[in-house]
Design a protein around this ligand. Sequence first.
Ligand code: KG4
Ligand code: ZN
Length: 331
Amino acid sequence: MRVLGIETSCDESAAAIVEDSHRILANTVATQIDVHRRYGGVVPEVASRQHLQTIMPVVETALHLAGCGWDAIDGVAVTHGPGLAGSLLIGVNAAKALAFARRKPLVGLNHLESHIYANWLDTDTPTEPPAFPALCLVVSGGHTDLIVMEDHGRYRRLGRTVDDAAGEAFDKVARLLDLGFPGGPAIEKIAATVQRRELELPRAWLPGTFNFSFSGLKTAVLNLTREPEHPEAPEVAAAFQESVVDVLCAKTVRAARELEVRQILVAGGVAANGALRRELSARAPVPVRVPPPRYCTDNAAMVAACGYFHFRTGERSDFALDVEPSLAFAS
Ligand code: KG4
Ligand code: ZN
């Protein structure tokens, strides 16, 4: 089965064609980073206008790269939430129009669930598909969730952030340190230049829960930058990253032990972070899977992979499918 995936929940217009949940035939991402950079963050109106211009060319490119016509496509999967309303609207309407015109089944998907399915995509090293029960750490610009996945479509949330998402904290701290947008890669890069770090920043443990909190850490950085003799940006970036990674790892490792899961699946833009990837793999009691960085940040291959499992159960969305900017997941 070949699924065309479409993703426009934030600032990437993406289309991909994936066969049987894992074989990537095409994966096209038109990023808007350069457009939003001059504003220091994603501007929703600008994002939706960009999606409108790029989504159809991106779909055409994906079909071209996969070397397949519409006859070879078995279904269209699209992100319908959560995300920016105006951005989601472009992808959902494109998917509905294509599914209607080409008489293909349509399915609307949750963006967070799709992030998890990046772990099913083929990488350079052949591996078995993930084993259940799996513990999913979803760390993106808008979410930080710890979820148990019992099987396809069966999720239970253990914890979430009570304030900022991990990616949001990276972006805000990068802005405080004048490192530009997006903040995650900028912080990772500058933190890597620090040989010996003395600065320690706080960690919010929220004992007895699997919840996270990053706003206090962000405030600690803000207060530090206001001090007349504050440490250099690389030192602060390194201490900040260490603090986020330490808390994410500690909670994930404890949950993996207590719930006796077989694997840990990491997903979302922050999963591209090398320090998190290394430290979690080193500390975890079970194997850790993290998609290659290009499948951690927003893409449509993960949407197509997720769509495969939805289609397989016979699930379909009708043409009343609408955007759900605050769509919940695993609640
Ligand atoms: O999943 P994603 O592409 O979009 C959302 O669904 O939010 O995640 C974007 C987030 C941004 O906050 C970005 O700063 C962060 O992922 N990110 C990183 C890295 N690459 C992207 N955070 C830390 N280290 C990175 N290398
Ligand atoms: Zn995302």
